[in-house]
Design a protein around this ligand. Structure first.
Ligand code: ATP
Ligand code: MG
Length: 274
């Protein structure tokens, strides 16, 4: 019944860098339920992005297992992987790097539809307009190129592209750290609203404790490739049990951590205001 959506079990990954071995993951385990948001925080180089990349199957681990809906995710190949891959999407810090610079926003949003044949019956142009509306963007943006959008608009397109695949899980690797503070709140509200509407789960990778506090009830702290502490975000941020968590809190301005978290209230069209 309550089988986790994602189970990560004892992942190990060592990179070879100029003859030197760099241990990025040294036995990482975690669980994520359907519709849940789990944050993974930790200092730079701790292994956060490597963990994300293994889950997204961009990097092969040396050892360990990943189960997705109870199935061996790393063992999937061929047609089964092509069929299942849409269920796991990603939004990265800099969508400009992930978009084809010569493709219009409409094309960028239609690609996943075509690949996953979700819009087999619908008109792709209608699907694009619908996706843009879901992330608070107007239809006329479909004709633009990625560099003709603001950072916040681009991140909305990245979210729309993920949504086109109707995923069960979106891995968010520093999704708002490249954005201005005011835009940041809008994107966090959008992510929250999308989760309420679709029941998608988020694995949120961030070094920003204010973001984590607003988004994720549960938190895992990663340090030198291992999870050193995991539990309720509020508990860990008020009484950290690891040096790594304490160091992150110490590095955060007090004003941001101390007051109660601003509830991520999804104003239905709050993000659409200019
Ligand atoms: N492709 C690679 N080749 C060699 N070393 C790598 C590679 N990818 C990551 N590493 C190393 O693995 C370790 C973990 O890196 P990772 O990018 O996962 O950290 P991170 O927690 O995401 O850091 P940041 O907060 O700076 O993004 C680091 O020491 C990094 O230099
Ligand atoms: Mg990283």
């Amino acid at each position: 019944m309550s089988e986790p959506l994602l189970q990560v079990d004892d992942l190990h990954k060592t990179f070879d860098r100029g003859g030197r071995r760099v241990r990025a993951l040294a036995g990482v385990s975690l669980d994520l339920a359907r519709g849940e948001t789990l944050a993974v925080v930790g200092a730079s180089g701790g292994g956060k992005s490597t963990l994300a990349r293994v889950i997204l199957r961009l990097v092969e681990p040396d050892r360990g297992r990943v189960l997705f809906s109870g199935r061996d995710w790393l063992g999937l190949g061929g047609a089964a992987l092509r069929r299942e891959r849409r269920r796991l999407q990603m939004v990265f810090q800099d969508p400009l790097a992930a978009f084809n610079p010569r493709a219009t926003i409409g094309q960028i949003l239609t690609d996943p539809l075509a690949i996953h044949r979700l819009a087999a019956t619908a008109d792709p142009a209608d699907a694009v307009v619908g996706l843009l509306a879901r992330v608070g963007l107007s239809a006329d943006l479909a004709a633009r190129l990625p560099h003709e959008l603001s950072g916040g608009q681009r991140q909305r397109v990245a979210i729309a592209r993920a949504l086109a695949c109707e995923p069960d899980l979106i891995v968010l690797d520093e999704p708002v750290s490249a954005l201005d503070v005011s835009v940041r709140a809008q994107i966090l509200n959008l992510l929250h609203r999308v989760q309420v509407e679709t029941g998608v789960a988020y694995l949120l990778i961030s070094h920003d404790l204010a973001v984590v506090r607003a988004m994720a009830p549960r938190l895992a702290v990663i340090d030198q490739g291992t999870i050193v502490e995991a539990g309720a975000t509020a508990t860990i941020l008020t009484s950290p049990g690891s040096l790594a968590a304490q160091a992150l809190i110490d590095a955060t301005p007090r004003l941001i951590v101390s007051p109660p978290a601003p509830p991520a209230t999804p104003t239905p069209d709050g993000e659409r205001k200019p």
